[in-house]
Design a protein around this ligand. Structure first.
Ligand SMILES: CC(C)(COP(=O)(O)OP(=O)(O)OC[C@H]1O[C@@H](n2cnc3c(N)ncnc32)[C@H](O)[C@@H]1OP(=O)(O)O)[C@@H](O)C(=O)NCCC(=O)NCCS
Length: 152
């Protein structure tokens, strides 16, 4: 695994986060989206850093006792070094300590790498939302992890 640390996302991290987002998401979030997430009391965002460089981020919303994963991306130069998994594990551990019971997310059906990551973490494929993504009408796979409190 690449030597990195995980920390809460801060407003000054947003320019680096936007750069990773633009290289990672076919429909990238705007600066305003990230700024408003940082002031949303339901939202929790983390960054991964190698030295002082931000190399990845992820975020979620608490919805009653469900953790809805909203976004995750790792800088293409730093992929396949365990950083995405570490971000998700940190986010789920924090959510568990807040008393959250389960987690859900949507992922593009063609995003086999992300689906493999989520399956490694214990998520299962539960439903398909047809033509969910407006930019190319790709289907979304809905995944759930039900037993968050039992995860080590
Ligand atoms: C999905 C993403 C966050 C994964 O980040 P990462 O740091 O490369 O992932 P990790 O190195 O922690 O991978 C953990 C495991 O996930 C699976 N995985 C990750 N990327 C994969 C890929 N491209 N192909 C196949 N399996 C993959 C593997 O099982 C991997 O374990 P291994 O490397 O020991 O085989 C990253 O590819 C990314 O930023 N993609 C673009 C944005 C995106 O698709 N976000 C998800 C939106 S739902």
């Amino acid at each position: 695994m690449a030597k990195h640390r995980v920390a809460p996302m801060a407003a000054e991290d947003i320019p680096a986060v936007l750069e990773i987002e633009s290289k990672s998401n076919p429909a990238p979030w705007s600066e305003n989206s990230f700024r408003s997430e940082l002031t949303n009391s339901q939202a929790h965002y983390l960054v991964a850093k190698v030295g002082e460089r931000i190399v990845g981020f992820c975020g979620c919303w608490d919805v009653i006792d469900e953790v809805h994963v909203t976004n995750i991306a790792v800088d293409p130069e730093f992929r396949r070094h365990g950083i995405g998994r570490s971000l998700m594990e940190n986010m789920l551990a924090d959510a568990k300590s807040r008393g959250m019971r389960c987690s859900t997310l949507e992922v593009r059906s063609g995003n086999l790498g992300a689906i493999a990551l989520y399956e490694q973490l214990g998520y299962s494929r539960c439903a398909i939302r047809k033509a969910y993504y407006p930019n190319n009408r790709e289907d979304a796979v809905v995944m759930w992890l039900y037993n968050l409190q039992d995860q080590t």
